[in-house]
Design a protein around this ligand. Structure first.
Ligand code: ZN
Length: 110
């Protein structure tokens, strides 16, 4: 994936996340549309919206960091070991900051 494509995909993700967060925070019609997807999970609409806002906010931060790495010219390098992050991983998750082994180590440490 070339850097221009990566940037375009990240910017699209950012726009989509901003839209989703805006909908979840304010627009009742939009919130109904989201919660209808998995009704009956035992959560209120407000709980569900809060959980989705949290997840979207975390992902938004990761996307912003990835755009910053593009600007710094270090995009596609693992933030921990400095090795190239495999192409397939960046295709699936353009915001990924680490290779799979480093991400795994980081998640186990939490
Ligand atoms: Zn690594």
């Amino acid at each position: 994936m070339d850097l221009a494509t990566a940037r375009q995909r990240l910017e699209e993700m950012l726009a989509e996340l901003d839209r989703s967060i805006g909908v979840l925070r304010g627009d009742p019609a939009g919130a109904r549309e989201f919660s209808a997807a998995d009704a009956g999970a035992g959560l209120t609409d407000a709980d569900r919206a809060r959980a989705m806002i949290t997840a979207a906010t975390v992902q938004r931060a990761a996307v912003l960091e990835a755009i910053a790495r593009l600007d710094e010219g270090v995009y596609g390098r693992c933030a921990d070991c400095g090795e190239a992050v495999p192409e397939g991983r960046l295709e699936a998750r353009p915001e990924a900051a680490r290779c799979v082994p480093c991400q795994g180590r980081r998640e186990r440490r939490r």
